[in-house]
Design a protein around this ligand. Sequence first.
Ligand code: DON
Length: 303
Amino acid sequence: MDINKVFATIHAGLPAKNTGKVADYIPELGKVDPDKFGVQATTVDGREYAFGEAKEPFSIQSIAKVFTLTMAYQRLNKELWKRVGVEPSGTPFNSLIQLEADQGIPRNPMINAGALVVCDVLLDYLKDPKAELLSFVRSLSSDKSINYNKAVAQSELDNASRNRALLEYMRSFGNIHNESDDILDFYCHLCALEMCCGQLSRSFLFLANQGIAPLSGERIVSSSMTKRLNAIMQLCGFYDEAGEFSFRVGLPGKSGVGGGIVALLPGDYCITVWSPPLNYKGNSHHGMAFLEQFTTEVGESIF
Ligand code: DON
């Protein structure tokens, strides 16, 4: 099957009018061109297929939470699950509602509350969190050009009241240990990582390859931990739209409010699509539609 041709055909069939809306609650994100579109798939044996602006970096936002979750899991293993759960939330990514019922233990590490706890954990283990995170991501994608967009990080820091509220609420239950300013600085830089579809597809390949990064041959996590990380993406990667993503696409994946979606078929490939306008749940409108048609066209999903 000519995957490049499949990409072009699916893109041509997407609705001309995108009913999604570019995220602007982080002002810098609101500056992106809504018509941008890129997609790249990379297989575990190194084949690459791309279409559109697949080499243009974008703000990966919550997609980056998978990197910090992996780093924390490497260091704490099952101890991590005393601080954050593994259940789907069924609420928006920045919701506080569930925290009271769950005594300050976030439902899962993909919602903002969970990702903030993971950042708090890493501040206890890393001497220079931002530098070590960057080094980890550059190593996964074998690309030293990856960096933070400082303007996006600052733009979020200047508008961080919701995440600060999550932190202080969890602190009241004893589940936050470090200073909120330090956690938010790390978290906002994490979310401000800029990568293109190609770099993202390569960096997530270890999750499609039993925990081994194909480019370097390095074991990142065990195959058992890989299973668990993919399960968390499947059940929690799209928040209160995780069911819809599984129903329509049928792959483990993670979205970000920059308009990116990464998904993977274990043992086969990782695919990243980028289309900035978001649906009302905060996930890329055309990205979801594209991936739904792709897994249907190639006839492969985890189900
Ligand atoms: O904390 C926030 O609101 C953003 N930095 C990330 C949210 C996000 O990407 C949600 N995913 N769709």
